[in-house]
Design a protein around this ligand. Structure first.
Ligand code: GLN
Ligand code: ZN
Length: 778
């Protein structure tokens, strides 16, 4: 029996986001390539040292990336689409960053299509960026590989070998991490519908074999090969591809493969995984602890088992004794065991020690990347030498956990009592939509095809500077408030001038649509340095939901009141929905997510009711992130959708029928979940449609979506100003597909990332387009 510790990947951004600073300085031309490469080398060396200092046995390399590890893989295997090839050498940073971010060579054009509404690269581009999408069910985004029917592959970069050598020169014998060929192909897209990317496997495998051969020659003995697609619903063809791929890769001499699976259970792919001729298998025992028995029952007895027992993508201390209880027998039965995080620590913040402002009680419940490494070390000692070797560590850990369980912060009696009172009628409006809309129309008295926006207006440098100055204490509360009031008043006057029908206050006071609410709710904590990479140089600092959630006082009513006082037109109340708050936060792991979501839903419901009482006739509850919470396995979708929809409805259903509830979603794939979108029963929904014209409305048409709908006619992800005829055409098309009296006119997302100089002409055109469409459809 041997027990070692292993890590699957360490965050590359640096404890103080050094990678962001360096890459953005390079993009802006402030530092040269040599300086960027130096910064990257320093980050890698720091990470290796940190992991060695934590006592880690198996330290990863090639987990570093300048932008994204999937993009690295695409470039490495030579899958570089033709449009980029003229930009530079295939292994150049120029070409790499062009694939990542696009490249502007002249006039401003539309940007490449990419999913989600946060993906805004700012400027227009002649060469578009590759498409980007979410990495499994994380908030990390990868660049989607692109392949063609005549795709040729060749080993184009030697980054895994180079980084292995670089680590060795610093005294670290590392285990290189590479993304496996089958997952890479399953993530790849082809413009050619007839091409199944998996059919390219035979052409791709020689590149992987060559890479492994070169790693072996460089002195690597193990390679971690990530195949997270093994936790997805797979076709038989995909399973066959796994068998074919690994039979081939097993032929490479002198290198052992640790096949890494994570983000869920192997489930019906378990037999496939266990049949592969690899030397080791990593399984996620945080998401799927139950799979250990089946793995032990089916695994070859010389298989090295990497047990992912420490949560790699959340922020809580592990229950170390419980882990020892569960896995002691695995080690004692003679298995070769590695103790590891469930997945790469890429998805966790780096170091809790940087947090100086967290409530010490809450801080004691947390473990970030560095602390998770320490947990691995304790677990290894506990397994290898017995609990006596780690008595003090186990006692301290048990103390923190007991404190967390008993704390009043995690057990707010009033919140819990209230939840038990929630009955079915809390999630139902009083009357059906047909009756509600009649009452709402009578009160609102809007024209057909009413115009509005999604909520935010440009967060100009002045707005951001004022906020930063206020945060630093350089601008006092009153002066900051006055500044925000002037911005808001100006935005409202301008909306009136151009003739929008339903106004917004502009959200100038909000730093972020989730943080703004989290900061005002009980049960949330905010880190100072808890950054996690979202895509490229963009990092987010998700709130930490540690306790029972409640709303001590109204959060938005004063701003709404101020704004409505400046105009006679309806001013929308503007809220973030419970599911989106949940999905963009680190969520407590001591109760089901759905329970936490219902607590948030009640807090938002209270806010909705207060807005109504203050006089708001329209209240928008954004659920930007509802779709991204979908589980990886289709069998789990309905359960999620049911509680997500119920939470939204709890937040929306406390108002009278004449109060109009809007929701907003910034994505476009509705086909699979349209039933649940319908079940949300929002009076009005605004959605993203402008980039694929009105095709996305098909789902709503097929479903016979009865409520009102605002298909985005202005693509806010691009600085391009859409013309009047273009938007009028879209509206007429939408009016023909649906019924004109269902239609609203709006951009496809909030405008905070745009500049006023693009927004102003675009919205003026949008109002004109609405007029044109009204007469065309009349
Ligand atoms: N109301 C928010 C805004 O306009 C919605 C943003 C979003 O959908 N991501 O900014
Ligand atoms: Zn949006």
């Amino acid at each position: 029996m041997t027990v070692t510790t292993a890590n699957l990947g360490f965050p590359r951004i640096g404890p103080r986001r050094e990678l962001k600073t360096a890459t953005e300085a390079f993009w802006a031309g402030r530092i040269d390539e040599a300086a960027l490469l130096d910064a990257a080398r320093a980050l890698r060396a720091g990470n290796w040292d940190r992991q060695k200092a934590a006592g880690l046995d198996v330290i990863p390399s090639n987990d570093f990336s300048f932008y994204d590890q999937v993009l690295d893989t695409s470039v490495m295997v030579g899958a570089i689409p033709a449009i980029y090839r003229a930009i530079g050498a295939p292994d150049s940073l120029d070409l790499y960053f062009a694939m990542a971010r696009g490249r502007q060579t002249g006039a401003v054009h539309d940007e490449a299509e990419r999913s989600g509404c946060i993906h805004d690269h700012g400027a227009g581009t002649d060469v578009p960026a590759q498409e980007m999408t979410k990495w499994f069910d994380t908030n990390y985004h990868y660049m989607v590989p692109e392949v063609t029917a005549d795709q040729a592959f060749a080993l184009t970069t030697s980054k895994p070998v180079d980084h292995f050598n670089e680590a060795r020169a610093l005294g670290h014998h590392t285990r290189p991490v590479i993304l496996g060929p089958v997952t890479w192909l399953l993530l790849a897209k082809s413009k050619d519908q007839a091409l199944d990317p998996l059919s390219l496997l035979p052409a791709l495998l020689p590149v992987y074999a060559e890479l492994l051969t070169r790693l072996a020659a460089a002195g690597a003995d193990w390679v971690q090969i990530d195949e997270p697609a093994l936790v997805l619903d797979l076709t038989d063809a995909a399973r066959d591809a796994y068998r074919a791929a690994y039979a081939e890769l097993a032929k490479v001499d002198g290198i052992k493969l640790m096949l890494a699976t994570y983000f869920g259970a192997l489930g019906d792919n378990l037999d496939t995984a266990l049949s592969l001729p690899v030397a080791g298998l990593h399984i996620d025992l945080v998401r799927a602890p139950e799979q250990i028995d089946a793995v032990l029952a089916g695994a070859r007895d010389d298989l090295v088992l990497s047990l992912g027992v420490v949560d790699g993508r959340n922020v809580w201390k592990s229950d170390l004794s419980a882990i020892l209880d569960r896995y002691e027998n695995v080690a004692s039965q003679g298995w070769h065991v590695q103790i590891a995080p469930s997945c790469s620590l890429l998805h966790a913040p780096i170091d809790l020690d940087l947090e100086t402002k967290l409530d010490p009680q809450v801080k004691d419940w947390l473990a970030f990347g560095v602390q998770k490494l320490a947990e691995l070390h304790t677990l290894r000692l506990g397994l290898a030498e017995g609990r006596g070797a780690v008595t003090a560590e186990l006692a301290a850990n048990a103390g923190s956990l007991a404190q967390r369980r008993q704390s009043a912060l995690t057990n707010n009696k009033a919140v819990r009592a209230r939840l038990t009172q929630v009955t079915a009628h809390w999630s139902r409006r009083r009357q059906p939509f047909g009756e509600r809309i009649r009452q709402q129309r009578a009160i609102l008295d809007l024209p057909p095809l009413p115009t509005t926006t999604i909520g935010s207006f440009p967060q100009t440098p002045e707005v951001r500077h004022a906020r930063a100055a206020h945060d630093r204490g350089e601008l006092d509360g009153a002066a900051y408030q006055q500044f925000l009031e002037i911005e808001t008043a100006r935005a409202i006057r301008w909306q009136e001038e151009i003739g929008l029908d339903v106004l917004v206050h502009g959200e100038f006071e909000r730093n972020d649509m989730v943080q703004y609410f989290g900061e005002q709710l009980d049960g949330f904590a905010f880190s100072r340095a808890g950054w996690v990479q979202s895509y490229g140089s963009r990092c987010v600092r998700p709130p930490i939901i540690y306790g029972d959630v409640s709303r001590p006082r109204p959060m938005t009513v004063q701003w709404w009141h101020y704004a409505q006082g400046l105009t006679d037109r309806p001013m929308k109340g503007m809220l973030t929905g419970p599911v989106t708050i949940l999905n963009w936060s680190f969520v407590r792991d001591d109760q089901p997510r759905e329970e936490t979501c219902r607590q948030i839903a009640l807090a938002i419901r209270d806010e909705v009711i207060d807005l109504e009482q203050a006089g708001a006739r329209i209240i928008q509850i954004d659920e930007a992130a509802l779709r991204e919470g979908l589980p990886l396995r289709q069998a789990d979708w309905q359960h999620y959708l049911d509680w997500a929809v119920e939470s939204f409805r709890i937040s929306a259903s406390g108002v009278a029928d004449e109060t109009q509830i809007h929701t907003h979603m910034c994505y476009s794939e509705f086909n699979e979940i349209i039933g649940s979108i319908g079940a949300m029963d929002a009076d009005v929904i605004s959605i993203e449609t402008s980039r694929s014209r009105m095709e996305l409305l098909d789902a709503f048409v097929d479903y016979k979506y009865p409520n009102e709908i605002g298909p985005g006619v202005y693509d806010i992800h691009s600085p391009r100003v859409p013309s009047v005829p273009e938007m009028a055409d879209l509206l007429v098309k939408a009016g023909e597909l649906l019924s004109p009296d269902q239609l609203w006119v709006n951009p496809d997302c909030g405008l905070k990332t745009r500049k006023w100089e693009d927004v102003k002409p675009a919205l003026v055109n949008m109002v004109e387009a609405a007029k044109a469409a009204r007469s065309a459809l009349a």
